[in-house]
Design a protein around this ligand. Structure first.
Ligand code: PMP
Length: 386
């Protein structure tokens, strides 16, 4: 049976062109990118090219790119690295209620350790940041505001430029976890006035375990390292660089820059067809999150009366997920959906479909057919919508 992968927000498949860009590095390149000899210089040149490609994707300066092992690490570096430098008069962190665990848990940990005060801004029923509430927390004691660009579970887009303005209005830095938005929609750090931006290679068809924190000179100057050692990456992230992974990240960034505009139109049409097909085939299907302000590739759907975990197992070989992948396997309802005001039962009925570069029309049709059949089967067994 054909497998259909609709879990791009968890991890996008490796683009064969990215693999091709990495192969010569894996096969032939020897040495440490920090070494002064010719082998090291060749490695460093590859990293330099990737740094420019990654910076270009988000319209930033290549000198602001700090390579690290994914967006989790980038988010930790941003929040913990800033807290190291914070003065007692300016040590408040403000985050949204729907941040990825790598932001939410870093902030919570700093708070529990007594190293930062913390405020968590709610979202509307549509999953959109409550700007009035954000404003109510802002004062001269705020060191950093951290709000994600697009939510991984619902795809809902936040008003990043407004958040940047509000944060800067009180002299705070603005950190943005843009892991789900980068490569899917255009994003200019310069235009949006973002101080620190985190994202990851495997969401843009590169390898997992590689990512970047990109910052302005001013913001990076305020950071202390979290990983100490030989002083790589401007002293902010020690450790020998993963040159092949970074070269692949660069190639993935270039492809995203060239292709994302066309790709997002195609993917959006597939996503809309998926939702329309499921709604035509079933009653009791509801979209979670503001459909007018979300990523082109994501649909978070609630199937009334259907346990989402049961649905996910029953539509195998179609791969979708409940909640965020990082919390899959636990019995906790999605914190994002609860923050949007869904009940626990409603959250447990919700499934995320996320499409991407290699999704085909045939796969979308198969996913519709399999999902309709599985929902009907589960409702038959469990007594319908109730
Ligand atoms: N932030 C968001 C919004 C994400 O979706 C993810 C991946 N689930 C991360 C951060 C973490 O990225 P990584 O897997 O590269 O650590």
């Amino acid at each position: 049976m054909n497998e259909v992968y609709l879990d791009y927000n968890a991890s996008a498949p490796l683009d064969p062109r990215v693999a091709e860009a990495m192969m010569p590095v894996l096969a032939h390149c020897v040495g440490n990118a920090s070494s002064a000899h010719r082998f090291g210089r060749r490695q460093a040149a590859l990293v330099g090219t990737a740094r420019q490609q990654v910076a270009a994707l988000v319209d930033a300066s290549s000198s602001g790119v700090v390579f690290c092992a994914g967006a989790t690490e980038a988010n930790n570096l941003a929040l913990i690295g800033l807290a190291e430098e914070a003065s007692p008069e300016r040590n408040r962190i403000v985050i949204s209620a729907v941040e990825h665990a790598s932001v939410a848990e870093s902030a919570r940990w700093l708070h529990v350790q007594g190293r930062a005060k913390l405020d968590v801004v709610g979202v509307t029923r549509g999953g959109y940041l409550d700007l009035d509430e954000l404003e109510s927390y802002l004062g001269t004691d705020v060191a950093v505001v951290s709000v994600m660009a697009a939510n991984s579970e619902t795809g809902v887009l936040n008003p990043i430029a407004d958040v940047a303005d509000l944060a800067h209005g009180v002299g705070a830095l603005f950190h943005c976890d843009a892991t789900q938005m980068v490569g899917r929609l255009p994003l200019s750090m310069t235009e949006l006035d973002v101080d620190l931006l985190a994202f990851s290679s495997h969401k843009i068809c590169g390898l997992a375990g590689v990512g970047a924190l990109v910052g302005t000179r001013h913001a990076l100057g305020r950071l202390q390292p979290v990983i100490h050692g030989g002083g790589h990456e401007r002293g902010l992230r020690s450790g020998s660089l993963n040159v092949a992974g970074i070269a692949g990240f660069g190639a993935a960034a270039s492809l995203a820059l060239q292709e994302s505009a066309q790709e997002s139109v195609r993917v959006e049409a597939f996503r809309n067809r998926l939702v329309e097909g499921l709604r035509a085939g079933l009653v009791g299907v509801y979209e979670n999150g503001d459909a007018a302000r979300r990523l082109p590739n994501t649909a978070n759907l609630r199937f009334a009366g259907v346990d989402a975990e049961a649905l996910v197992s029953n539509i195998d070989p179609v791969a979708v997920s409940t909640g965020s992948a990082c919390s899959s396997g636990t019995v906790e309802p999605s914190r994002v959906l609860l923050a949007m005001g869904l009940s626990q039962d409603e959250a447990f009925e919700s499934v995320r479909f996320s499409l991407g570069r290699f999704t085909t029309a045939g796969e979308v049709e198969l996913a519709i057919a399999q999902t309709v059949e599985a929902v009907e089967r589960i409702r038959d067994l469990t007594g319908g919508i109730g």
